[in-house]
Design a protein around this ligand. Structure first.
Ligand SMILES: [Zn+2]
Length: 78
C-alpha cells in the first residue's frame, strides 16, 4: 500500500486549494469556484499587519486553512 501522499501538492507547484502552511485543504470558496462571500475566511477578522506578514511568509496565491489562520491569529494577539 503506497504512502498517503495523495493530498500533498507536487513540489514547486502551489495548490490553490491547499494550505501553504500544512498542505491540507484550505476550503477556500474562491479556489473551489464558489462565491468569495461564502468563504469561511469572511468570518475571520485578520489584522492588516498579520495579513502582510503572512504574505511575506507564504508568497503564494493559496489561502491558509482555517486551523492555521486561527492559530496565527491567536498567536499574534496580545
Ligand atoms: Zn493549514
Amino acid at each position: 500500500m503506497p504512502a498517503a501522499e495523495e493530498n500533498q501538492p507536487p513540489q514547486g507547484k502551489p495548490c490553490a486549494t491547499c494550505c501553504p502552511a500544512c498542505g491540507k485543504a484550505n476550503q477556500c470558496a474562491m479556489a473551489l469556484g464558489k462565491s468569495p462571500a461564502s468563504c469561511w475566511c469572511m468570518t475571520v477578522s485578520l489584522h492588516p499587519a498579520l495579513c502582510a506578514g503572512l504574505k511575506v511568509q507564504f508568497p503564494v496565491e493559496a489561502c491558509l486553512c482555517e486551523d492555521c489562520l486561527k492559530t496565527r491569529t491567536l498567536t499574534a494577539s496580545p
